[in-house]
Ligand binder design. Sequence first.
Ligand SMILES: Cc1cc2nc3c(=O)[nH]c(=O)nc-3n(C[C@H](O)[C@H](O)[C@H](O)COP(=O)(O)O)c2cc1C
Length: 332
Amino acid sequence: MPDISTTYLGLKLKSPIIVGSSGLTDKPDKIVLLEKFGAGAVVLKSIFEEEILMEYDHIVSEEATGRYKDDYLDYFDYRIKQSNIENYLELIIQARKAVKIPVIASINCSTAHEWTYFAKKIQEAGADALELNIFILPSVLARSAENIEQTYLEIIRTVRNEIKIPLSVKMSYYFSNLAGMIAELSHCNIAGLVLFNRSYSPDIDIDKLEVTSANVFSTARDLPVSLRWIAIMANRVKCDLAASTGVHDGKAVIKQLLAGANAVQVVSALYEHGPEYLEIMLKVLNDWMSGKNYGKIDEFRGLLSQDRQVNPALFERVQFMKYFSDRDKKNA
Ligand SMILES: Cc1cc2nc3c(=O)[nH]c(=O)nc-3n(C[C@H](O)[C@H](O)[C@H](O)COP(=O)(O)O)c2cc1C
């Protein structure tokens, strides 16, 4: 049997598949099953900066209708944050007790403000690492690209000062100079970057004339975006790379490793097929490695990254001109 272990964020993983942050990882018993079926690590469901604020707003608007005075608002703020925080720390403690695989905590954030002290609590609760899901939608006309980029760097610096455990950053691809930003982030004393986050997206219901939510799950067709950027950035960053979004089968795991990923995160496929699907994905990896006579992942990791290609342009082609002209010739 080939050795499918890998190293990510300085942590030894028994397999390269990490179950990404989601409802799949919000309870210790679910995490036990994920470990049983072969997950190399889990990223816990995030605690959201936004979620805390929304809860706060909700209580404030109810209480503001009469019974309570403004003096109490600070207390509510404190109490709500405290209970969210306690539940989250308890999840880390229980998950850590329940499994041997690394447990990576997660915070969803867009500012470097008050929540950053919480990173230390996460470390104290025993998390093996912390993943920051930083997302700032570049939709404010008055906000410059530089200002957004500086916010990312400030968040990382602030959190880095709080903790000693490995820190990773899950990012989006909404940057004008994506390669430059990925490289810059990787030089901020972080242990890993996750390419990419999949954000909540809107849709429109044309019958009800309402704005609704688009499908939250990815499909296998979403794979090429992260595959391209893992391949382009492999060996050009100063930290590990985890591929995320669109990994729906064992072949996609192999592709991301060939592109240069240290590990691969999976969420939607496990929502669709259940935690036991991990075993099937890993069997595909095992069988493929045996067939190719690979004993270890490092023997083929990054083999098809851009810097090892005779024709690096293969990962940079963005226009379909050749595809359409070939197709049109065939159809003529
Ligand atoms: C139902 C659901 C809940 C999620 N919750 C979180 C979350 O709490 N924190 C986070 O960083 N990402 C969250 N994500 C994003 C996933 O971690 C992942 O980045 C995204 O789904 C892309 O991976 P996939 O293509 O394997 O689904 C969630 C995704 C789904 C589908």
